[in-house]
Design a protein around this ligand. Sequence first.
Ligand code: ZN
Length: 320
Amino acid sequence: MKPCAVSIDLDAIDCYYKIHGLGAAPRELEHVIFERALPRAAKLFASRGLRVTWFVVGRDADADAPLPDRDSRAANAAALRELAQRGDELGNHSYSHPYDLARLPTKKIEDEIGSCDRVLRAIASTPPRGFRAPGYDVSAQMFDALARRGYRYDSSIFPAPGYYAAKAVVMGALALLRRPSGAVLANPRQLIAPADPYRPAMTAPWRRGQAPLVELPIAVTPWTRIPAIGTNLILAPEGIRTRVLAAMAKRELFNLELHGIDFADADKDGIPGELVARQPDLRVPIAEKLARLEAILDDLAKTWQFVTLAEVAADVQRTR
Ligand SMILES: [Zn+2]
């Protein structure tokens, strides 16, 4: 059976406030993804004996930094430690999730990757092996910072032109409303990147080359390149979902990306209406979302073998 790796990006609610140009999120929601959504996700995966990869924004679990909410950050770190001890993988998702990370000065890129790396090493005994860039945008400088730290893989390339076009339209509309989005459009060269695992070029990671680390692109269907990511699959009508999953059979890897917010419940978790109005997934109650995700995982289990991204990367490194 071919490998399927499930990963969860633990983006805080504040990230979604930024994307939608809503300003800063209410302070009391800062840790709601860790405190409310992560336990639901962890319970579901544990009940199925499924090991997954959590992409952590370092700041949220940094118990050593002189930041407010130290107790919350220490509790978040403890929750991650428990997952790592269970066999899950912790991946680097930068320290503070700047959407424009790929365009920042080399020193800033180095800091963001290095600080998250420090946090993850303090939490788990296994050093981090993988990275996912905020907003799916990569650069040569990022790959440099990862290679020097001995990372095995990057998993940020999201070669989905349809998603890219939709994002461009929303960002343009927000700019017209003078409420600019904090999101950034990734380098369009990534849209024609390979969609199966490959060894990238260090200077142009969207092309094939000879980098020491490998690229594990996020799932898109063959030809049409429809994103097969968690939020889409959970929201899609059953007929479309079944077709997308079936189309993925031609891929070498099913790199199924979820987000912490997929496990949030607007009512139960006290998420404000201004965000719910802009995020259709928040209008589906958690019980329904979990049921749909269980159905997706049942379907996948028939033809795919669940592994972590680090395991896939080790395999790809050996054979390519
Ligand atoms: Zn993210």
